[in-house]
Design a protein around this ligand. Structure first.
Ligand code: NAD
Length: 242
């Protein structure tokens, strides 16, 4: 299962897992058309993909999509908690409503998804949970308060999951992307000044591509990472090494 799989990073992760032979459900709240298109493309290429509507903030909705996934594919052993929203307000600019919205989707959504998936992963004999955090969950940002806080919460929640469920052979790891070209960042990167600013803070000299993150997710989903749990995979072109 991949949340937010209809576009951006989630879409590329779905395509990468599909090429490796995974049966996939992609879940998103909006963009049903885009979701159906990804579903059709993966199925046309010989993969198995199902689009499901999901609001990650609803526990009841999570129960439904996990049940639908297991009914269709027989088991659930990989969950990519990728859905998220980005907001750039500073501490003083952040309203209580904005704080709650960002925490609900980026933080609570990951918690609810993990909670819903664990019983099925236990039945499957183990699994891999991959939580898409951010470099903003590792270091402070001059332009966001709620976003980085939600991503920091995901980082530690991942480690708690890893140690609580290692005995069930369920691994949990977080990925921390730097700036990646997706619909989320399109507006920001269309601004020449912002683009140069971001580029200047990326030692490797280019903006990230969705596939840079998809390859990392593929590794964490695979048996090749069977000794890796509770870890942080930073995919940021060197941004946080500075
Ligand atoms: P995007 O905006 O292109 O896609 C986000 C997806 O999340 C969409 O499919 C959307 O429908 C889904 N979504 C949002 N709210 C939802 C909800 N309540 N329920 C279900 N689905 C919901 O974003 P992206 O750039 O592909 O980002 C994917 C993840 O990567 C996010 O968690 C984001 O914070 C993180 N991230 C992105 C970047 C970047 O530079 N693009 C950097 C670091 C981290």
């Amino acid at each position: 299962m991949i949340t937010g799989g209809s576009r951006g990073l989630g879409r590329r992760i779905a395509e990468a897992l599909g090429r490796e032979g995974c049966a996939i459900s992609i879940c998103a709240r909006d963009e049903e058309d885009e979701g159906r298109q990804v579903e059709a493309e993966i199925n046309e290429q010989g993969g198995e993909c199902l689009f499901l509507r999901l609001d990650v903030t609803s526990e009841a909705n999570w129960q439904d999509v996990v049940a639908a996934t297991v009914e269709r594919f027989g088991k659930l052993d990989i969950l990519v908690n990728n859905a998220g929203i980005y907001r750039t307000e500073t501490v003083e600019e952040t309203s209580e409503e904005l704080w709650d919205l960002v925490m609900d989707i980026n933080g609570k959504g990951v918690f609810l998804g993990t909670k819903a998936a664990i019983p099925e992963m236990r039945k499957a004999g183990g699994g891999s949970i991959i939580n898409i955090s951010s470099v903003a969950g590792l270091v402070g940002s001059e332009m966001s308060a709620a976003y980085g806080s939600s991503k920091g919460a995901v980082r530690i929640f991942t480690k708690a999951t890893a140690i609580q469920y290692a005995g069930d052979k369920i691994r949990a790891n977080s990925i921390h992307p730097g700036i990646i070209e997706t619909p989320m960042t399109a507006h920001m990167l269309a601004d020449a000044e912002q683009y140069q600013y971001r580029l200047g803070r990326t030692p490797i000299g280019r903006i990230g591509r969705p596939e840079d993150v998809a390859f990392g997710a593929l590794y964490l989903a695979s048996d090749e990472s069977s000794f890796v749990t509770g870890s942080e995979l930073v995919i940021d072109g060197g941004r946080t090494a500075m």
